[in-house]
Structure formats: structure tokens, C-alpha cells
Design a protein around this ligand. Structure first.
Ligand SMILES: [Zn+2]
Ligand SMILES: [Zn+2]
Length: 340
């Protein structure tokens, strides 16, 4: 295919543009939703608000309270004094890899990632709201409890292996993050009351993002606004790249088409002038058996091979390419026949 490179580039560009556009719209909708959401400290008024609202739920609300587990909390692996309700353990491998250009570059990949959670609630003024599905949150702020890096001491065999495979391990980084018991966080989501009369905050059903963050509403707003701006810039950038590539492809296609059209016109005019020249030199006084069997006007001028029949004029032979019209033998070659 002539435009394979350009089409692949355009395809990749469109995919990136699509992702950026989706993220941009997501941020835009989230900012709008947060702007419209009411903010409440947890207290006795929350229950009344839910009971007064239609369907006994508030579809998007921001609340702030203190994290407390509803049972036994999780204990940090690296610091036994710390307890929490959401724990994220991650192991990353750091490697030095040889790129296709021949340079060595630092790279990292996640080898292992695990989340542990226990049921928890946000407390305030003697009231509580249970948090459901915390891992579905768009932003879930956790505190870094430990971050250790263990360098690998390579043996001779490792060096040799690294030389041939182009990948050398530098070490393993283990991190532990925790949503700590007693932390003050803001939860933004759907507030409703369960059958057991407990208030719950969960991801909204309409797809609006769910947040559990240590940031204030203002900071969250600014963070999302920054994200929105970044994605808008990326959208513009990849959009422009797409338009430029599209323009280049279209220009090349148009140029090729024009060239093809001109070549075809030239070929046709040459064929027409040859036909005219032939017509001028042709013998007009011919016997019936000397006439082309198709047009019955021009002399027989072409020999068909391998059968050897001389039955067509040059004009008619252009359109007959597969079988000989006399014996139906397949035509492998045509040549001018000179009958003296
Ligand atoms: Zn003919
Ligand atoms: Zn034949």
C-alpha cells in the first residue's frame, strides 16, 4: 500500500487524540459536577437532608470527616504503630535496558500491586457515613508509609545475560501506602441510606467521578482544572498533527491521481494517433478473406500465438486478450504479421 506509513501514523495519532479528548471531557464534566455539588461537614443535618430528598438519596454531595474503621483496622507492614483502612502494596522493578538506538536507558515496571481494604466510615459530630467501594474512586489519596529500594548485586552470569538480552536489573523498589485511621478526608459521591438506616457514600450511578481525597474542594478543583488544561493542550497538539498528516496524505493522493490521469490521457492520445496513422497506410481494396473477422473493415494485421491464426486487425486485437476468436486457444503472445 502506498500510504501505509502515513495511515498507521494517522491511526496512532487518532487513538491518542481520542484518549486525550475523552480525558478532557471527563475533567470538564467532573469540574461542572463538583461546582454544583453541595458541601457538608458530617453531622446530624446530613440524615435530614437525605430523608427530605427524592428517592432518599443525594446524587452528588461533598462531605468531610475523620476516617475510622468499622471493625479491625489494617496494620502497616513496615510500621506496626500505624493503622489504616486502605493499603496499597507495590513492587517495581528498575532495569537498565538497551533501546533500539543502542543507548541504555532507565526503565521501571510494576511487578506486583495489591490493595487491601477493610470497611470504614467518615465520622463527625457523633455521626458517621460508611464509604462503599473506595477502590472505584477516581482520586484516592493515600499516605506513603514506606519506600525502600534494594539494589541488585549482579553476578558475572547476570552481566553476561544482561549483555545478550539488553536488560540489566538495577533493583527492586517496594512501596506501602495507607489511608490512615484518623485522617481527615473529603468524599464526593452519592449519599443514600441503607435498609439498616446507615448513611453511605458510594460511586454515583450516573458515572460522575467518585473522590476520596485529603485535598480541600478548592485544591481538587484546581488539580482537575490543571488536568483539563493539559488534556486540552494535548488535544490541540494531536489534532493539529492529525490534520497535517491528513493534509499530506490527501496532497499525495491528489498528486498521484492527477499524474495517473495525465499519463492515461497521453496514452490515449498516442493510441489514437497510431490508429489514425495505420488507417492512412491501410490497403482499402481487400478480398473478403483478407478482412479482420471482428470489424470486417480493416486488414488482418496480428498473429496470435501459439495457435498462429492471423485473423484480427490491430485495433480489434487490443480488446481481445484471452482466447483466439477462431480456435478458442488461449493467447500467450501477439505479434505483427506481415503478409507480402
Ligand atoms: Zn478489426
Ligand atoms: Zn487460433
Amino acid at each position: 500500500m502506498d500510504y501505509l506509513g502515513e495511515v498507521i501514523t494517522l491511526g496512532i495519532d487518532s487513538v491518542i487524540f481520542g484518549i486525550c479528548l475523552k480525558q478532557y471531557l471527563h475533567c470538564k464534566n467532573a469540574i461542572k459536577a463538583i461546582k454544583d455539588a453541595e458541601f457538608h461537614e458530617i453531622g446530624p443535618q446530613l440524615g435530614d437532608l437525605v430523608d427530605k430528598s427524592p428517592d432518599n438519596k443525594l446524587s452528588y454531595i461533598a462531605i468531610r470527616g475523620i476516617v475510622k474503621p468499622l471493625g479491625k483496622p489494617l496494620t502497616s507492614i513496615n510500621n506496626k504503630k500505624l493503622t489504616g483502612v486502605v493499603q496499597k502494596l507495590k513492587i517495581k522493578e528498575h532495569v537498565v535496558a538497551r533501546t533500539t538506538a543502542g543507548f541504555w536507558s532507565d526503565q521501571e515496571r510494576t511487578v506486583h500491586k495489591v490493595y487491601n481494604t477493610v470497611p470504614f466510615a467518615l465520622y463527625g459530630q457523633g455521626h458517621s457515613v460508611e464509604i462503599l467501594e473506595p477502590l472505584s474512586a477516581d482520586i484516592l489519596d493515600l499516605d506513603m508509609v514506606s519506600n525502600t529500594f534494594e539494589p541488585t548485586v549482579p553476578s558475572f552470569a547476570d552481566h553476561l545475560w544482561g549483555f545478550f538480552t539488553g536488560v540489566r536489573q538495577r533493583g527492586l523498589q517496594s512501596t506501602e501506602e495507607l489511608l490512615r485511621e484518623g485522617a481527615v478526608i473529603t468524599g464526593i459521591g452519592e449519599l443514600s441510606r441503607t435498609k439498616s438506616k446507615m448513611l453511605t457514600l458510594q460511586p454515583p450511578l450516573n458515572g460522575t467521578p467518585f473522590y476520596l481525597t485529603s485535598m480541600s474542594i478548592g485544591s481538587l478543583f484546581r488539580k482537575l482544572d490543571d488536568r483539563k488544561r493539559t488534556y486540552r493542550l494535548l488535544c490541540i497538539m494531536f489534532g493539529v498533527i492529525g490534520i497535517v498528516i491528513g493534509g499530506v496524505v490527501f496532497r499525495r493522493y491528489w498528486k498521484d491521481r492527477t499524474e495517473q490521469r495525465l499519463a492515461e490521457e497521453l496514452r490515449q492520445s498516442l493510441a489514437a494517433s497510431r490508429k489514425e496513422r495505420r488507417q492512412r497506410v491501410r490497403d482499402t481494396e481487400l478480398r473478403e478473406d483478407q478482412l479482420c473477422i471482428v470489424c470486417r473493415t480493416n486488414p488482418r494485421e496480428i498473429i496470435l500465438l501459439p495457435c498462429g491464426h492471423v485473423c484480427l486487425c490491430e485495433d480489434c486485437s487490443v480488446n481481445i486478450t484471452s482466447d483466439c476468436p477462431v480456435c478458442r486457444a488461449p493467447i500467450s503472445q501477439k505479434a505483427a504479421a506481415y503478409i507480402i
